[in-house]
Design a protein around this ligand. Structure first.
Ligand code: PLP
Length: 395
């Protein structure tokens, strides 16, 4: 009997547990301190009314013999795939409904997609980045090559012809840096991937925060992407589904490698290992794309983006270098006075009672940077910013 010893190569993830430990210890020692948390990547506003109504209706359907649903199609119900197809069409992307696979979230698909790729592939991953990309590849024993994202390239690394890669991860708008690739930059990645016979795994979990129509929300807005890219997206941030769970993956029919359509492999993988997302949840997700749903979720997104603007404006006022905050709920800032990420974390916690996320937790290049999120409450966000201004003025 052998375990998958690749798991032993995983780095222990201390980031959020260390944060929790430090915050708890500080609160215990300072019970009167009112701590504001701007570190979380989870949403805080509830599901919108249109979604809640659709969920209720679907629950009622499940209690009636004529409308009860048992096992559903593993790839998702047609009504939701069609709604997503129309959503993409609204920003100029033509997809076939069957190119869309519904899942219980982008995280699962980002990990599971690796089932259809050989373990000898070289994987190119930006640093810093959402840790799931690295860990899922380490679990499978794949070789990971990092590309440097840093202040010099605006945390948007571009392809290096000298580096050979088979799988390339791109997350735009990015977690943790909030940086967004423009069309020319994504075109460079698409051309590189097509030339190298590589496949881009494009994480569009934060596409809903892109407000400038000149910026791409989907890799499929870029010419040539249909022969080299798979896109992952999620209802988590657009509609507050972090606890309700729904996402989707798009694999174009013409994307093939070694003469095999990747769509066919993923369909086989999903129909064998996955039994679909609950009908009730898919009905709730479909309501996101109705006119009322769109209006209501835009209000919620607007609330978060106003928080982001409050934080970003404060950074400008304080003369702090940052990325994000404009087309992203994340603000990624350079720690003042060249402080290290954890040093700034401790200072902010102890002197301003504000909690953020040290950039060093997202990769080597995150050292010296810090992530704040716009998912908090408006009053708390304003108060946190006021406390930071006061603290930095005293430094
Ligand atoms: N991709 C990125 C970049 C994320 O930051 C997250 C969650 O924070 C996810 C994917 C996960 O999305 P889901 O909730 O759909 O699994």
């Amino acid at each position: 009997m052998q375990i998958n010893s690749n798991y032993l190569n995983l780095q222990d993830s201390y980031l959020f547990s260390t944060i929790a430990k430090k915050v708890n210890a500080f609160q215990a020692a300072n019970p009167q301190a009112s701590i504001i948390r701007l570190g979380i990547g989870d949403v805080t506003l509830p599901l919108c009314d249109a979604v809640v109504q659709a969920l209720h209706d679907a629950v009622s359907e499940m209690g009636v013999k004529e409308t009860f649903k048992g096992y559903g199609p593993e790839q998702g119900y047609g009504f939701l795939k069609d709604a997503i197809q129309h959503y993409y069409a609204s920003h100029g992307v033509t997809l076939k409904s069957d190119e869309i696979f519904i899942s219980d979230g982008a995280k699962s698909d980002l990990g599971n997609i690796l089932d259809i790729f050989g373990t000898d592939n070289v994987v190119l991953i930006p640093d810093p980045v959402y840790p799931v990309y690295v860990d899922t590849n380490v679990m499978a024993g794949r070789k990971v090559v990092f590309m440097n994202a840093n202040a010099e390239n605006g945390f948007l690394p571009l392809p290096d012809e000298k580096v050979k890669a088979d799988l390339i991860y791109i997350c735009s708008p990015n977690n943790p840096t909030g940086a967004v690739y423009n069309r020319e930059q994504l075109k460079a990645w698409v051309d590189y991937a097509n030339a190298q016979d590589a496949v881009i795994l494009f994480d569009a979990a934060y596409e809903c925060f892109v407000k400038d129509p000149a910026l791409p929300r989907s890799i499929f807005e870029i010419e040539g992407a249909r022969t080299c890219a798979i896109e992952f997206c999620s209802f988590s941030k657009i509609a507050g589904f972090t606890g309700t769970r729904c996402g989707y993956t798009v694999i174009p029919m013409e994307l093939s490698r070694q003469g095999v359509a990747l769509h066919k492999l993923w369909l086989r993988r999903q129909t064998t290992k996955f039994n679909g997302v609950p009908y009730i949840v898919q009905r709730g997700a479909a309501a996101v794309f109705t006119p009322e749903g769109q209006k209501q979720i835009q209000e919620n997104l607007g609330y978060y983006m106003e928080n982001a603007k409050i934080i970003a404006d404060a950074m400008r006022e304080m003369g702090i270098w940052f990325t994000g905050g404009e087309h992203s709920p994340y603000i990624w800032l350079k720690c003042p006075n060249n402080m290290g990420s954890w040093e700034f974390f401790d200072l902010l916690l102890e002197k301003a009672n504000v909690v953020g996320t040290p950039g060093a937790g997202f990769g080597v290049n995150g050292e010296g940077f810090f992530r704040l999120t716009a998912f908090g409450d408006r009053e708390n966000t304003k108060e946190a910013v006021a406390r930071m201004k006061k603290l930095l003025a005293e430094l």
